[in-house]
Design a protein around this ligand. Structure first.
Ligand code: SF4
Ligand code: SF4
Length: 402
């Protein structure tokens, strides 16, 4: 059973107990302050169908989404407890008709707002209205550097051209632009051109993120897994470009951990630096956390404040810090560096989120995982299972042989 509001010693009638909780002594997570930035997943609806989408396979339906008033209350509460930045994401956040109103509210309560978008639903008027409402930054995802590959990965015709158009409007409106590029076996050959595209679009930042394999990406792993030589080439291209473009384009690089020696410090460690709010209002330690069965995540619709959920809820405390660890993590010198890797990946691959992430060479499953990755990368299984509300649709036609 989950703890109640009164367990935290906070009066049930006080709607603004966030500060009180933060100031209260004796919290199980006193050492962990509220994150400065929070991800608001406004909706899981999206016109694109990316096979690596980080949304859960069980998508939240439109009818379960928080209302405009509920999101406004959340934004106000976040600002009150010390959050500085809000990332509006999804699904596709521009599918929400109230986005301008939410951005305006974020501005009114003093939050810096960033829009993470596929861009395909935006008009120039809408983007301009968002800028007028105080939007501070735009991040546009690209699936490649030209339509043939990019539209196929996105599962939507003319998506690439639309993204280019919106990226240009973004800069015309003097908004800073980040290009997000999710990389995998079927588009890594375009990386050098994607870097040039980001420069041409006058982006400030390029995020080169290799696919992380949980949720939809895990279902599509055989079609997405890069070869080891592709990864070596990717690292070389990124390193060269980072030096050449210093002062012009900042490049962030997320390496694929199946080929690494140690896992990534996922989300900066469970419940340490990050939380997101799902379309239906669940407060989650990472956007994939609901894939872990047996954990109960509290909602902003509950009687608990967000600060209470962050500090005291069972789900946040289950894998917070190092006390939950088993061997080999428990006595490992890296346990406070990577915090045992990704809980969602540990659950997806071993069935127990409390196990060492198999991306770590010290995991008993690592060798098997590495061999599996090599096998899948060498396979000719290129067909995507597209992300949608009906559990996915297998790609048809001849494109998948590309
Ligand atoms: S990854 Fe693709 S399908 Fe998923 S929300 Fe982003 S644009 Fe939509
Ligand atoms: S054993 Fe655990 S703490 Fe040590 S490197 Fe591997 S994942 Fe990190």
């Amino acid at each position: 059973m989950s703890p109640t509001r009164s367990d935290a010693g906070v009066a049930a009638s006080d709607p603004h107990d966030g500060l009180a909780v933060l100031e209260a002594r004796g919290s199980t997570a006193e050492a962990f302050g509220i994150p400065l930035a929070v991800l608001a997943e406004l909706t899981h609806r999206c016109p694109l169908q990316c096979p690596y989408c980080s949304n859960p396979v069980e998508l939240d339906r439109g009818g379960s989404e928080l209302t405009t008033e509920e999101w406004k209350k959340v934004l106000t509460e976040l600002a009150q407890i010390g959050v500085l930045q809000i990332h509006f994401s999804g699904g596709e956040p521009t599918a929400r008709k109230d986005l301008v109103e939410l951005v305006q509210h974020a501005s009114d309560v003093g939050l810096y707002s960033n829009l993470i978008t596929s861009a395909v639903l935006l008009t120039r008027e809408k983007l301009s209205a968002l800028a007028d409402a105080g939007l501070c930054h735009v991040q546009i995802s690209f699936q490649g550097n030209e339509p043939m590959v990019a539209d196929r990965v996105a599962g939507l015709k003319n998506a690439h051209e639309k993204k280019l158009e919106v990226a240009r409007w973004t800069r015309e409106l003097d908004l800073p632009l980040t290009v997000n590029a999710v990389m995998h076996r079927q588009n890594l050959h375009q990386l050098a051109d994607i870097i040039e595209m980001a420069v041409d679009l006058d982006a400030d930042r390029l995020e080169v993120a290799n696919v992380q394999y949980y949720g939809w990406a895990l279902k599509n792993r055989a079609a997405l897994m890069p070869t080891l030589s592709q990864i070596e080439e990717t690292s070389r291209i990124v390193e060269e470009a980072a030096v050449r473009l210093k002062g012009i384009l900042t490049i962030d690089y997320v390496v694929p951990d199946y080929y690494a020696l140690r896992p990534k410090k996922c989300m900066g460690g469970w419940g340490r630096q990050f939380f997101n709010i799902s379309p239906a209002g669940k407060v989650l330690p990472c956007h994939a956390a609901e894939s872990i069965t047996g954990l109960e995540f509290e909602s902003v619709r509950s009687n608990h404040s967000i600060a209470w959920i962050w500090q005291n809820s069972e789900a946040f405390n289950r894998y917070r810090g190092t006390g939950w660890m088993k061997e080999p993590c428990k006595s490992c010198e890296f346990r406070e560096i990577d915090f045992g890797g990704c809980r969602c990946q540990a659950f997806a691959l071993t069935g127990d989120a409390g196990n060492t992430d198999p991306a770590c060479t010290l995991s008993p499953m690592h060798e098997q995982l590495f061999k599996q990755a090599e096998l899948e990368a060498a396979s000719d299984n290129n067909r995507f299972l597209y992300r949608n509300f009906s559990g996915g649709t297998l790609e048809t036609g001849d494109n998948h042989g590309a």
